[in-house]
Ligand binder design. Structure first.
Ligand SMILES: Cc1ncc(COP(=O)(O)O)c(C=O)c1O
Length: 452
């Protein structure tokens, strides 16, 4: 028997007892906090905890349970979630109307045989085609956002025969090799070069620059297969392109026979006030990615949908040509996504995002008018909102102040100049008022600290 067996078995049993227990003792809690820090430092990454705001208070905050608009730590402290897992929790945390179907599916079968017809995948594909614009029709399900982007990139080459991609400066599409090749930030690319060579980055929001890049490549004999864009750049700090930009890009793609890929992983599923951002812009892409909120904040599931003109005979003859992820579109994940679509339609989640986003923006603009040296800009669509501070340290101080007042937002020590607010759509109006009150207190503190 291997030497590690006894120790590892004992460790596993200890953790399983924590998972199973209805209530932890004070000693359990102390042990979990201490061991979690040790485990992260020794077996995840010694740098991981360093800059997180959840470590910046006296007691490291270890998440243990969640519900609706809250995370709760081991000690029962609630945190209002204004980060929303960067867009995962649009339907809230463990929404019971989604969870019950996932539990029911779990009691039947969780993963698929890989051989039989798994019905939920087909039903989900049909539903996605029903809720996406135009003639978007064929779906391929994956597990993570970057993986969905890989499929979109491969499909663009497969269907057009072109090789070059046009992406944008500031873009974020994930960190797998293909996806990061499209990424618009040097810090995440330079250590891995060379990556996909056939990609040119143009300024975001500039349709003329996009056309010039395609035209020049075609003039020298290089064929462009796809343009990839976020309809609003999320990670870059909620950058909303000029009105009509997506429509112009659509026209350019049609003119040059290039596939238009819209990455709706963050902007989709109601987040920006319509089910998809491209809907608000009156544009149908050739290929669209989705993820994050798609699994209802309960299961990871992502995917692509493409128009029939993208789905050529070669792919029909060999359905695994694009990819064959073992877990992609598992019954459990599909049950979550189907329940999410049902919940979103029944409760008009996109409209909820719009109304609550407008309410948030009005209050935030009030704070901006009151504290102009602190809040430099507020922008957003629906519940994808961003606040700009004069410097990263100032933003970090505000985020830390909010966290100590039990409001969670995004922003790390490394980057907090632009702080995103992406709460669940189900956030209550009273809770938004509390967030604004705590934000004002945190702004006042940081204003004093930095003498602004
Ligand atoms: C627009 C966009 N595309 C792709 C991704 C990558 O998704 P994942 O982290 O699930 O790989 C993200 C993640 O933030 C995103 O915002």
């Amino acid at each position: 028997m291997a030497a590690y067996k006894d120790a590892a078995l004992k460790e596993a049993k200890k953790v399983l007892s924590f998972i199973e227990k209805p209530a932890l003792t004070e000693d359990d809690k102390k042990m979990i906090v201490k061991e979690s820090i040790e485990n992260f430092n020794q077996n995840v990454n010694p740098g991981w905890l360093e800059y997180r705001k959840s470590m910046s208070t006296d007691n490291a905050c270890v998440e243990w349970t969640d519900t609706e608009e809250h995370f709760t730590d081991l000690y029962g402290n609630d945190f209002i979630d204004c980060l929303g897992g960067f867009g995962i929790y649009t339907c809230g945390h463990r929404n019971p109307e989604i969870l019950k179907y996932v539990k029911a599916q779990l009691d039947r079968y969780a993963l698929h045989s890989q051989e039989l017809v798994d019905p939920l995948r087909g039903y989900l594909a049909k539903l996605v085609a029903m809720i996406t614009p135009g003639d978007l029709q064929y779906c391929f399900f994956t597990n993570g956002g970057a993986e969905a982007v890989e499929m979109a990139l491969k499909l663009a080459r497969l269907s057009t025969g072109g090789r070059y991609y046009i992406s944008t400066v500031g873009a974020f599409h994930g960190k797998s090799y293909g996806a990061i090749s499209m990424g618009g930030k040097a810090a995440y690319r330079e250590d891995y070069l060379p990556m996909i060579q056939q990609v040119q980055h143009v300024a975001y929001g500039d349709a003329d620059a996009m056309e010039a890049a395609i035209k020049n490549l075609h003039t020298v004999g290089e064929k462009v297969c796809g343009v990839i864009l976020e309809p609003i750049q999320g990670e870059a700090g909620v950058i909303i392109p000029p009105a009509g930009y997506l429509k112009k890009v659509r026209e350019i793609c049609d003119k040059y026979g290039v596939a238009m890929i819209l990455d709706e992983i963050q902007t989709g599923m109601g987040r920006t006030g319509t089910m998809w951002r491209c809907e608000a812009e009156g544009v149908t892409p050739d290929i669209m990615t989705y993820g994050k909120a798609f699994g209802g904040g309960i299961m990871p599931i992502t995917g692509i949908i493409a128009r029939p003109n993208m789905w050529g005979q070669k792919l029909i003859d060999n359905p695994w040509l694009l990819g064959s992820p073992t877990f992609g579109g598992s019954p459990l994940a599909c049950s979550a996504a189907i329940a999410t679509i049902g919940y979103m339609l029944e409760n008009d989640i996109p409209q909820m995002c719009k109304e609550k986003g407008d309410y948030f923006m009005e209050k935030l603009n009030g704070l901006k008018a009151k504290y102009p040296t602190m809040l430099k800009d507020i922008r957003g669509a629906g519940l994808l909102i961003c606040m700009d501070f004069p410097a990263a340290e100032v933003g970090y101080a505000v985020v830390k102040g909010l966290f100590s007042r039990h409001v969670m937002t995004s922003g790390t020590l490394v980057n907090a100049k632009a702080v995103r607010i992406e709460p669940p759509a189900v956030i209550k109006y009273e809770t938004i008022d509390i967030v604004i009150e705590k934000l004002e207190e945190s702004i006042i503190d940081a204003k004093k600290e930095f003498k602004l």
